[in-house]
Ligand binder design. Structure first.
Ligand code: ADP
Ligand code: AMP
Length: 213
């Protein structure tokens, strides 16, 4: 099963993608997590990506597409994968479609997690992330068992630099301009499904499971 998660930043793509990956035993591939790991490890890619991420801008397609195409070619992706945060532009979607075409494959579902902008700003300011293992929490709706500490690995939780309110608005503008057109792209491809992302996390997941079967 090959799945794309669509939706604004903070809509809950990562939260749902992790659960999908667990239930269907497929890898969760988050380009945001890959860039953050590179930043943490001080790689050249990380240094370049950080310049864009800190401003709420997208990392250029030429730094992003090859990375994902290589990743989905790995052995653990044979039975499918869930993409979270990719594609984010029409050229990225086309690169993905072409790469899969060459292998005689195609995506099965593009799931749009729909949340209005008003809710997004609240979600982002409350998001707390673990930069060690990629787990995500929310101070009100999905708190960790112990404040400020990751349930999964015990590391300290942080407010991501790009979740500060001044950057969130920029990321939303970028989403509407560059990423939202993908909804139409995947509608035309006949694989778009929408879920109401304002519901509690478990209800959103139940809706997704109904779609995936
Ligand atoms: P995305 O990957 O789309 O950027 P996340 O999955 O990281 O978004 O979710 C953004 C924030 O909202 C996180 O703090 C997360 O814990 C919280 N969250 C996710 N899903 C829900 C939900 N259904 N209801 C309330 N808060 C949620
Ligand atoms: P995310 O963790 O998905 O919210 O991504 C955090 C940031 O990483 C984004 O705001 C972008 O700057 C960058 N990023 C992640 N995925 C992509 C992508 N597919 N294309 C371009 N930039 C990306």
């Amino acid at each position: 099963m090959k799945i794309i998660m669509l939706g604004a930043p903070g809509a809950g793509k990562g939260t749902q993608a992790k659960q999908i990956a667990g239930k269907y035993s497929i890898p969760h591939i988050s380009t945001g997590d890959i860039f953050r790991a590179n930043i943490k490890n001080g790689t050249e890619l990380g240094k370049k990506a950080k310049e864009y991420m800190d401003q709420g801008l997208l990392v250029p397609d030429e730094l992003t597409c090859d990375l994902v195409v290589d990743r989905i070619g790995q052995d653990d992706c044979k039975n499918g994968f869930v993409l979270d945060g990719f594609p984010r532009t029409i050229p990225q979607a086309e690169a993905l479609t072409n790469a899969l075409n060459e292998l005689g494959q195609k995506m099965d579902y593009a799931i749009d997690v729909d949340v209005p902008d008003e809710n997004i700003v609240k979600r982002m300011s409350g998001r707390r992330a673990c930069l060690e293992c990629g787990a995500t929490y929310h101070v009100v709706s999905i708190p960790p068992k112990k404040e400020g500490i990751c349930d999964a690995c015990g590391s300290e939780l942080v407010l991501r630099d790009d979740d500060k309110p001044e950057t969130v608005q920029k990321r939303l503008d970028v989403y509407h301009e560059q990423t939202q057109p993908l909804i139409d792209y995947y509608k035309k491809a006949g694989i778009l499904k929408s879920v109401d992302g304002t519901q509690p996390m478990e209800d959103v997941f139940a809706e997704i499971v109904k779609i995936l079967g």
